[in-house]
Design a protein around this ligand. Structure first.
Ligand code: SF4
Length: 480
């Protein structure tokens, strides 16, 4: 039996698939330098960190491995390669795939996210990539985004191919395009910079400045022109709508799963839900095709747990929302539950608020840019905070853990202000948990555990006192 057979079976590959994909699998592991000892280690990590009793979880792990094969082999398999930065601009990646005559002609994705999910969570092999990225121009100790160090390290080591185009995300973060500029210089690939401006007037969200929409819209339209000129891909309203529907299937399954996660006790760990939330932000290929069914199966399994009252923490545990899970380190993702806190959702899953009437912008780019303003993140720090506050008001929680990566500039800027605003306006306690989503060398699990345990104790006391207070009020009402 092949040295990877057991691992792939654990990740819900079927026997026929392993045989038919043999060459691809072996070539990928050869490029990555992964041998039988790595497979055994990966199996042990999966058994320890993920809920493998659930077929849906195993299938999603398998999907990430398939995405890894596709990313690593894209050039050898003769595909045109387009990378987008994280976070991607809405459905741009899926729209490119829909516009292509044959979807197999293109690899479109964010390979650094795929590497975090696989080389990070499954194989624990990210550190050599981070070190290669540091040596190649994003040095340590400068608060460089470690996600970008991973991308640079992977290019440097020849793990991911040099793309035909990279779409740089300067509509949200300045470090992505700066790093892309470095990679463009080193490897000579073209970069499409999609620029914008995040400093809308304080207090203006959900209103926005038309100039900002015109500017971001023009940048997005410029990207569409480049895609047409370089690859003959026509992105229009029809294509965009089709891409929305393709991605919509996955979101429908995610919504179904999220509904179950609001149960008490919460039925699934943060470590397992993390595997799902990054599919639409990192992938446009096999994960989008097979993801909806895998997540639907998981939702069904989790629904049965809810019926039986099975949870990953005891019923009645304090409930917290977190900003994001680690993309690469399951140890971090398990910490919050180990401290006795239930996580029914992340801020990405907060319920949407009703968008204002759209303005009749004439171009697709401007229409998409207007939509981006409303989601807050591309509007301003104020827009981001307010959008999250609106969502937080709609859910029943005991606290907020703002898990922010210390080297992510747009997110760091929101951290202290978010804490102040939530505590003042909503009255929920907030723990600012500084961390790194991609590089486990940048934090200490022991010190994070200490902070989480102290916060959890406070929330438990609050919960008991709140219950006593409610009982007292009810008693006084009855007596009067
Ligand atoms: S700095 Fe933040 S927004 Fe920018 S690439 Fe890194 S994680 Fe993404």
């Amino acid at each position: 039996m092949a040295y990877y057979h057991e691992l792939l079976k654990l990740c819900a590959f079927d026997g026929a698939e392993i045989i038919s994909q043999k060459k691809r699998i072996e070539r990928t592991f050869q490029i990555l330098g992964l041998g039988s000892a790595d497979m055994e280690k990966a199996e042990a990590r999966i058994r320890e960190n993920f809920d493998i009793a659930l077929l849906g979880v195993r299938k999603v792990l398998g999907i990430w491995l398939k995405e890894l094969f596709d990313a690593v082999l894209a050039r050898e398999e003769g595909k045109k390669i387009i990378y987008f930065g994280y976070p991607p601009f809405q459905y741009t990646g899926s729209a490119i795939k829909v516009a292509a005559k044959s979807k197999n002609d293109f690899y479109v994705g964010c390979p650094e996210v795929v590497l975090c999910q696989t080389l990070g969570q499954i194989f624990d092999k990210l550190i050599p990539l981070l070190e290669a990225g540091e040596a190649a121009g994003l040095p340590p100790g400068h608060a460089m985004c470690s996600l970008l160090q991973i991308k640079l390290g992977a290019l440097e080591k020849g793990i991911i191919p040099i793309p035909d185009l990279s779409i740089a995300t300067s509509y949200f973060c300045d470090m992505g395009p700066k790093a892309d500029e470095l990679m463009q210089y080193k490897y000579g690939y073209p970069v499409e910079y999609v620029d914008s401006c995040l400093d809308s007037v304080w207090g203006s969200w959900p209103d926005y400045n038309h100039e900002t929409v015109h500017y971001l819209g023009a940048q997005v339209n410029k990207l569409f022109v480049t895609l047409k000129d370089k690859f003959g891909l026509e992105i229009n309203e029809d294509i965009w709508e089709k891409a929305r529907l393709v991605s919509g299937k996955l979101y429908m399954s995610i919504n179904e799963l999220s509904r179950h996660l609001t149960a008490d006790p919460v039925p699934l760990s943060v470590a397992d839900t993390e595997l799902i939330l990054n599919i639409p932000t990192g992938c446009t290929g096999v994960a989008i095709e097979e993801g909806p069914e895998a997540v639907r199966i998981l939702a069904e399994e989790v629904g049965k747990r809810v019926e039986k009252g099975v949870g990953v923490v005891p019923k009645g545990s304090p409930r917290v929302v977190i900003l994001m899970q680690s993309f690469s380190d399951t140890a971090v993702n398990r910490l919050i539950e180990e401290a006795g806190l239930a996580v029914p959702l992340t801020m990405v899953l907060l319920p949407p608020t009703r968008p204002p009437e759209p303005y009749p912008y004439p171009t697709l780019g401007e229409k998409r840019a207007e939509q981006a303003m409303f989601t807050g993140a591309y509007h301003s720090t104020y827009g981001w905070i307010k959008r999250n506050m609106e969502g937080l008001k709609l859910v029943d929680l005991d606290g907020v853990i703002y898990t922010y990566p210390f080297s992510c500039r747009p997110i760091v800027c929101t951290s202290k202000l978010t804490q102040v605003q939530i505590e003042k306006e909503i009255g929920l306690p907030v723990l600012l948990l500084e961390m790194d989503l991609y590089d486990r060398r940048n934090y200490s699990i022991a010190s994070m555990r200490t902070r989480l345990e102290a916060f959890a104790e406070m929330l438990k006391v609050n919960k008991v006192q709140g219950a006593r207070c409610k009982e007292k009020v009810a008693h006084e009402l009855v007596s009067s």
